[in-house]
Design a protein around this ligand. Sequence first.
Ligand code: UDX
Length: 445
Amino acid sequence: MAVMAQKNPNIKITVVDLNAQRIADWNDNDLGKLPIFEPGLDQVVNEARGRNLFFSTDVEAAIQEAQMIFISVNTPTKTYGAGKGMAADLKYIELCARQIAKVATTNKIVVEKSTLPVKTAQAIKSILNHTGNGVQFQILSNPEFLAEGTAITDLTNPDRVLIGGDQTPEGKLAIQSLVDVYGSWVPKAQILTTNIWSSELSKLVANAFLAQRVSSINAISELCEATEANVDEVAKAIGMDSRIGPKFLKSSVGFGGSCFQKDILNLVYISKSLGLQEVADYWEQVIIMNNHQRNRFANNIVKTLYNTVSGKKIAFLGWAFKKDTNDTRESAAIYVADKLIDEQANVSVYDPKVTASRVQSDINYLNTRTEAQNNNYLTSLDNPYDAVKNAHAIAVLTEWDEFKTYDWQRIYDNMSKPAFIFDGRNVLDKLALETIGFHVKGIGK
Ligand code: UDX
């Protein structure tokens, strides 16, 4: 919304949320207090805020005033009832639709920005079309493809913008209004319009394909470790085939983030509900392989440290699910730490952007043991040299650039020997570290 406001100074955009603290943070004059760390976002907010971008808790006034409403609420995986652990929980979407239905007295275009299962528009439509007050609603699907850490460049320069809507004359008019909003900065040829179901499904499929590439190369990484192949060399060799392409072939400790797992589980659930068992099984394997990769990484640490990490200090460099973000949702680091704590290791974490309280709440959220026990085994430090001091091993969980610039001789001198490094992102210079004296284990090598 901030980028949309930046690119359309003539359109007034109001972002509303029930969470007053969050809105206050978005309105804070200290741009360092914005609730999300995202490179470049502060400048965009600074440029548009107060001009045509506003943050408010007055949800009803904003609904009343708007011609177009973007629903951008959470759609987490259901934790109860039918579809538990797989289906998307549409509770918040439905509440939004009901609130819009209650408040609106003029015609509106309602845009699904949240990632949703196919046919959700049907439910929204059915709620909005039963207000009985004659207000007309058009529902559009406009999924977001930005990735965290590169959100501003992805938005400024998108590969494509996707807009789905009804193929009726009114539907087409609504689609055109949203095309015009994006048209102020995105070339027309890159704005794709489809029917609403194709648009909803494409979002799930895009994430499933991306995650599937990571799981595919991670599967090959295990094969590489069992042979003498090197996964980075294999990725390069296959990526130069223009039909395969070089992106998203970086082997890792496993993908994380709020989208991949949730969207694939959702795709699996939808396929199962439609009786398409083979389709469901095919996509579920992407998740199974990702879980396996995380477990394998943790098991490898235990095995290499002479089959016991009990009482040993293992330092984690990185906790975020990828670099340049403070987002930790579904980060592989959480699951690897949980396994190592099961083995009674003392895990000390350094991440340049993630707070100690976030690390604790992530591990507590798994509910594997009591908070006090987690506290005992897991600590966060705000200096990498303290985090690695006296450690038996270092595990790299996030590919932050700064890790490459550390004084590795100093780190080596302060570690227990033999000093091990498990590079879950293949970012460190293996040869240089081995020259210092480290034992280095990458992924797929
Ligand atoms: C993803 C999609 O890329 C984006 O289009 C969608 O809108 C939201 O979900 P995001 O989760 O922000 O974006 O990050 P992404 O860059 O896709 O990375 C996801 C995970 O995969 C990260 O944990 C990352 O480290 C991992 N990954 C990615 C790899 O392990 N190897 C790769 O080659 C690429």
